[in-house]
Design a protein around this ligand. Structure first.
Ligand SMILES: Cc1cc2nc3c(=O)[nH]c(=O)nc-3n(C[C@H](O)[C@H](O)[C@H](O)COP(=O)(O)O)c2cc1C
Length: 185
């Protein structure tokens, strides 16, 4: 089991027919997630006790799943440790976890992840593109901005969307157009 690296790995987390960008925190050999209250991901984790980390490098998927749902046809059913899990058909790799609720604060549910299984489907070289990184950054700030319209967050979004325009390829530009449909900047 080595797909999740030390630090915070951003993935598309899937639960029952749901996908959302989420960070997996790996520190001192322990894996955790902080699920802010109110997401479908939180609700499904509480009800079912599992999550799948999907490794996917399509910027459009990051934007779409942050604000919207994917059709059920984008998911694949997989049996892991006696549980029927849903992962993304388009993922290059995936890792499945059992979840254990560690703490419930006023802001978020903190869960421990117990690794069960992981699989690499295709190995692709992803060259570094600041446009891709900035789409991820702009999207994460946009999800926060929608909850709390702080001008500092707006400045970060403007900065990162500028970088997407400058450095991104066609798919990053498409992701940016989609982002602009969800949030007025
Ligand atoms: C790169 C990225 C990382 C994110 N990480 C988290 C996270 O660790 N925890 C969280 O609660 N939300 C996180 N979010 C925000 C959720 O993706 C967002 O609230 C989403 O709407 C939840 O979707 P759901 O209701 O389908 O679960 C992140 C967003 C992005 C773009």
């Amino acid at each position: 089991m080595g797909l999740i690296k030390d630090g915070i790995t951003e993935v598309i987390a899937t639960t029952r027919y749901n996908a959302a960008p989420m960070g997996i925190i790996s520190r001192d050999g322990r894996l955790r997630m902080v699920l802010f209250h109110g997401s479908h991901t939180e609700k499904n984790v509480v009800n079912e006790g599992w999550i799948v980390a999907n490794f996917i490098f399509d910027p459009v998927v990051y934007v779409r799943t942050a604000f919207d749902d994917l059709p059920e046809s984008d998911f694949v059913e997989t049996e892991v440790d006696g549980m029927t899990m849903h992962r993304l058909a388009g993922a290059e790799a995936w890792a499945a976890f059992r979840t254990e609720i560690q703490k419930n604060t006023s802001e978020a549910l903190i869960i421990d992840l117990v690794p069960l299984h992981e699989e690499i489907i295709s190995l692709t070289l992803h060259s570094l593109n600041r446009g891709f990184n900035s789409i991820v950054e702009a999207t994460v700030h946009a999800t926060r901005y929608l909850r709390e319209p702080d001008p500092a967050l707006r400045r970060l979004i403007v900065h990162h969307t500028g970088l997407v325009r400058k450095c991104g390829g066609q798919r990053e530009q498409e992701a940016l157009e989609l982002l602009e449909q969800y949030i007025e900047i």
